[in-house]
Design a protein around this ligand. Structure first.
Ligand SMILES: Cc1cc2nc3c(=O)[nH]c(=O)nc-3n(C[C@H](O)[C@H](O)[C@H](O)COP(=O)(O)O)c2cc1C
Length: 191
């Protein structure tokens, strides 16, 4: 699949199932992620692979996270939280590991991780699988970060659910470009 086709046809599948990419394909996708634009070549991304039985452990981490939040959850809410770990056969937790750098502010390091995630999603799609990107409150819970072995200064940028799409996504409507042409101060015209 050529690059433009991959970009244009990537969509978040509604549901994912088996199989997940095998290790060789996953390494290809992670290698694609690692080619993201990266000011200072700081490689600020960290990827944690969660699959198989480890998803039960992740489910408990998500349940504990919800239990710490207000309002107190019902059993049904806890069950829904637990189910999130089983939305896909493979979850890649994408994190940013920013460092203090004289030339590269933290925001640039986090953007680089976003670019790496997009590369990974596109590679997964080009390899014939599907993936979707989620965050939600667990991404911002220091207890979840700690359980995943991340440092306090790290940020969870996304939970990437990866597997085989169970259905074709609906056609994508046209998306506005939000592009203008700037030819000087006060001279901005539609593109
Ligand atoms: C940083 C980030 C976090 C996101 N978190 C969520 C989320 O928690 N829940 C959700 O429904 N969509 C989330 N999305 C959006 C979806 O991943 C997806 O991009 C969106 O639904 C558009 O669908 P598409 O990927 O098919 O274009 C997030 C996107 C980004 C970039």
């Amino acid at each position: 699949m050529d690059a433009l086709t991959a970009i244009r046809t990537r969509q978040s599948p509604l549901r994912l199932g088996e199989p997940a990419p095998d290790d060789a394909s996953l390494r290809q996708a992670l290698a694609a992620a690692a080619t993201a634009p990266d000011h200072g070549r700081l490689r600020p991304w960290r990827f944690l692979i969660v699959r198989g039985e480890a998803r039960r452990e992740l489910a408990e981490v998500l349940v504990q996270s919800r239990s710490r939040r207000e309002p107190p959850p019902s059993e049904a809410e806890l069950a829904r939280e637990r189910e999130k770990a089983f939305r896909a056969p493979l979850i890649v937790v994408a994190a940013a590991h920013p460092v203090v750098h004289p030339k590269v502010p933290e925001i640039e390091q986090i953007i680089a991780v976003g670019a790496a995630v997009q590369n990974l999603l596109l590679a997964v799609h080009a390899l014939g699988y599907g993936a979707f990107w989620r965050t939600g409150e667990p991404a911002y819970d220091s207890g979840v970060k700690a359980a995943l072995g991340l440092a306090p200064q790290d940020s969870i940028v996304g939970f990437l659910y990866i597997g085989t799409p169970l259905s074709a996504p609906p056609p994508r409507p046209e998306i506005p470009l939000h592009a203008m042409e700037w030819t000087g101060p006060d001279k901005i015209v539609p593109f």
